[in-house]
Design a protein around this ligand. Structure first.
Ligand code: ZN
Length: 119
């Protein structure tokens, strides 16, 4: 018997720790192919293993936005096109603006930003 040494990956959104699981051929109940799926009741976010790393990152954000809606008590999530638009905005902003990755924004960065404001 082989034991897996794979590190479990999770994502905390609100009060829920979501287990991130990579699966082969992720589908919905109607057998439609999915890149990802978030399930609050199981505290899981599943990602299809047959997508690129960049796609998986984008998908993880997409599913995280669904989880954020759940955490906020939003029963009817926004349309998928709205979730996709928010996802693209966040992913693009993070990739193109490293300052948004600061965890958190440091006092020094904040002071530099305040000094750089327009006259
Ligand atoms: Zn979605």
């Amino acid at each position: 018997m082989t034991t897996s040494k794979a590190k479990k990956v999770s994502l905390r959104i609100g009060a829920v720790d979501y287990s991130i699981q990579c699966v082969t051929r992720l589908e919905d109940e109607a057998s439609n192919r999915l890149f990802g799926r978030q399930h609050l009741g199981h505290s899981t976010i599943k990602l299809d293993s047959e997508q690129s790393c960049q796609s998986a990152w984008n998908t993880l954000w997409h599913e995280s936005i669904h989880a954020i809606c759940d955490a906020a008590g939003i029963r009817k999530h926004p349309e998928e096109s709205t979730i996709r638009a928010i996802t693209e905005g966040i992913c693009g902003a993070l990739r193109n603006n490293p300052i948004l990755l600061a965890q958190p924004l440091t006092n020094q960065q904040w002071e530099e930003l305040k000094k750089s404001k327009g006259a």
